[in-house]
Ligand binder design. Structure first.
Ligand code: FMN
Length: 421
């Protein structure tokens, strides 16, 4: 059996059951999402730090304007005053989504990963703006991530596309699904798909920093499938986290999952937004280089390479320009750590902050090398070239390998002569 023996049915449309997960900030690029869409699957873009992403892609100046507007506050520990301009946020979101969906050329779909924990100083207002603007701009689906998203559907229930856009939720436990479903049922808006993200995924984890090891994706997926059956609910279930080969995917599809969500194998593709050198690092990763830590101010554990530059940051908080992780009181865990270290610091000694990191800056600069637990296997998926660097596969190579491979065989890309930086 191979993945190609299965199809994902969402509403009236059928897809190849491969979903490329959202990877912020601009790691799952427009080009990566479009490759999945062209091949009949589902590709995600992410709206993490969308104003900054637009500045990079379209030479807009959202970040500079915001930084200038609040420059008077830069030396202040209190970021209560610092807000996103909702009009500009909507404009950026629309620009980014339109840029992506206008280039669709296949039978697949483009979804957007929207994280609730990206609180942006005004959590409800900014999330509502992001979701509404994405729908206005023609996104095919919204994947609600990083949070219980208890009130998220309420924020968009009056939008004209509320019942037509596909809406999915990422959960890591049956408990979290139950909490979300209670509200969804009240609003008569059952999700169109459920992504069950297990403990081996990249990015933030929905488990404790230590107890993630005691969970298993297969068990959680089975629990969710059994629960949905017992409640007579027909909602496609999409497992994610640690699915490295087509054969891994088939195991889930045979159990009753409708598709799989994958990400780590796509981080090293030509289309991924990571810089060339970082892709080479990912491929050279060994098992012991991957850690789960608690430095993210979101409060969720995060998996990343031990050598990530964000783990040595001691930079001044940059919330006047970024501020994507400020809570509704204008606070962020990193600001607290920074000023604590500053106050305790001895003259002439380099300041050290180890408990938290400035994730906004880190993600924007590709200094946070987050990856799934299987990243150490990436070297199995491509060719080493004569001069010692690794060939970067195309997203199509990886997608087709997932789709057609059997017996855990991994089809490497056709060798290339040149370095493809
Ligand atoms: C580099 C990277 C960045 C990620 N960023 C996000 C993100 O911004 N939001 C999110 O919900 N999930 C994020 N994820 C999780 C993926 O979307 C996906 O569900 C998961 O990594 C799949 O497991 P795999 O990487 O083992 O294939 C990220 C994963 C990676 C590898």
């Amino acid at each position: 059996m191979k993945v190609d023996n299965f199809r994902l049915q969402l509403g009236k449309k059928e897809y190849i059951p491969i979903v490329v997960g959202g990877m912020g900030v601009n790691i799952s690029t427009t080009e990566l999402a479009l490759a999945a869409e062209r091949l009949g699957g589902i590709g995600h873009i992410s709206d993490a730090e969308v104003c900054h992403v637009c500045d990079q892609l379209f030479s807009t100046s959202y970040t500079t304007r915001k930084r200038k507007k609040y420059s008077y506050n830069a030396g202040n520990r209190d970021k209560f005053d610092v807000h996103f301009d909702l009009g500009e946020l909507a404009e950026a979101q629309k620009m980014y989504v339109e840029h992506t969906v206008s280039q669709k050329s296949g039978n697949g779909a483009i979804f957007m990963n929207c994280m609730e924990k990206l609180t942006m100083r005004d959590s409800s207002e900014t999330l509502q703006t992001r979701l509404s603007a994405a729908m206005d701009a023609g996104i095919d689906g919204l994947t609600l991530a990083a949070g219980l998203n208890l009130r998220t559907l309420d924020l968009i229930k009056d939008h004209p596309r509320f019942h037509d856009v596909k809406i999915g939720i990422i959960i890591s436990s049956l408990r979290a699904l139950n909490i979300f479903l209670k509200r969804a049922i009240k609003l008569r808006r059952i999700p169109d798909y459920i992504i069950v993200e297990g403990p081996l995924a990249g990015g933030h984890l929905g488990f404790g920093p230590e107890d993630w090891k005691s969970y298993n994706l297969y068990t959680i997926v089975k629990e969710v499938l059994d629960f949905l059956k017992s409640e007579d609910l027909t909602i496609p279930v999409i497992p994610a986290g640690g699915i490295f080969t087509g054969t891994d995917a088939v195991k889930f599809l045979e159990t009753g999952a409708s598709a799989v969500q994958v990400a780590t194998r796509f981080t090293i593709t030509k289309e991924s937004g990571l810089p060339y050198d970082v892709k080479q690092r990912y491929i050279n990763t060994e098992k012991g280089d991957i850690v789960v830590n608690t430095v993210s101010p979101t409060g969720y554990p995060m998996r990343m390479l031990r050598s990530s530059p964000v783990l040595n940051y001691a930079i001044k908080p940059n919330c006047e320009g970024f501020g994507y992780l400020l809570d509704n009181k204008g606070r962020c865990g990193y600001i607290e750590s920074f000023y604590r270290a500053l106050e305790a610091g001895k003259k002439g000694r380099r300041m050290e902050i180890t408990d938290q990191t400035c994730l906004c800056t880190g993600m924007a600069k590709y200094d946070c090398w987050t990856c799934g637990d299987t990243a150490w296997r990436l070297k199995e998926t491509t060719n080493k070239m004569a001069e010692g660097s690794w060939q970067l596969p195309a997203a199509e190579d990886i997608f087709l390998d997932y789709r057609f491979s059997e017996d855990h065989h991994i089809q490497k890309p056709s060798p290339e002569e040149r370095v493809n930086s």
